[in-house]
Design a protein around this ligand. Structure first.
Ligand code: CDP
Length: 230
């Protein structure tokens, strides 16, 4: 049995994290949600009045990067690591619409990407990791043995994300959610540093019409083929 690295990239709300968590649990691998790290840095910037819809003090945020400590702590009840920002659990707070509106602006900054990519590479140094994000197969782990690129129509994705917001009791409309998904797709694919693009050797899965189970079976089978090969 080989220890491998699994990179799952794709557009916003394609269900990457659901499949990545399921896969990590089944394989007894570590799951890392790289998007949570960009979201936590965004939350820090919001808490310190460095960013809002109207302004962004980029240089100040870059200067403060050393004050931002991120860590994942495994929660046995959930079966995955929750993110801590300077020792505070922010797993729920980073998912709100306010953070979602600003995160892609923060994720465009090369200095921030560099710092987070280094941490992500460190977390995957022993392999046996499933990481999801936008640049995992292209930049973080270009040598990952299995790369998945997930897509689905913007409407499907927005519906999924909207249902999550409703479940958490957040007051947002479907239209706002769809706009946010499209807005982030645009920034994430057009930014200069590490844009969201399918790695040449990634396997594309459009899950618009796949059930969660079908999608999992497909990726699990691909992972096992590599793990059990010589
Ligand atoms: O869960 P969702 O698909 O909404 O997004 P996420 O994975 O939580 O990522 C939030 C944002 O962080 C993305 O829209 C990107 O702007 C940024 N991100 C990134 O630039 N690179 C990554 N590896 C992961 C996320």
């Amino acid at each position: 049995m080989k220890n491998i690295t699994i990179a799952i990239d794709g557009f916003s709300s394609t269900g990457k994290s659901t499949i990545a968590k399921e896969l990590a649990t089944k394989l007894k691998y570590v799951y890392v949600d790289s998007g949570a790290m960009y979201r936590a840095v965004t939350l820090y910037a919001m808490q310190h009045n460095l960013i809002s819809e109207e302004f962004f003090l980029k240089e100040r945020l870059i200067d403060e990067l050393d004050n931002i400590k991120l860590a994942f702590m495994f929660n046995p009840d959930l079966g995955f690591g929750e993110i801590y920002l300077n020792d505070v659990n922010v797993e729920t707070e980073i998912r709100n619409m306010k953070v979602s509106r600003l995160v892609s602006k923060v994720a465009e900054i090369p200095e921030i990407r560099k710092k987070l990519v280094e941490q992500q590479q460190q977390m995957g140094i022993n392999k046996s990791v499933v990481m999801d994000g936008r640049d995992i197969g292209t930049v973080v782990f270009p040598d990952a043995e299995l790369k998945i690129f997930m897509t689905a129509s913007a409407e499907k994705r927005a519906k999924r994300r909207f249902d999550e917001f409703v479940e958490r009791g957040e007051q947002v409309t479907f239209d706002e959610t769809l706009k946010n998904v499209e807005y982030r797709d645009h920034i994430d694919t057009s930014r200069k540093d590490s844009p969201l693009v399918k790695a040449k050797d990634a396997i594309e899965i459009d899950n618009s019409t796949l059930t969660r189970k079908e999608q999992f079976e497909k990726v699990y089978k691909l992972a096992l083929e590599i793990i059990e090969s010589n």
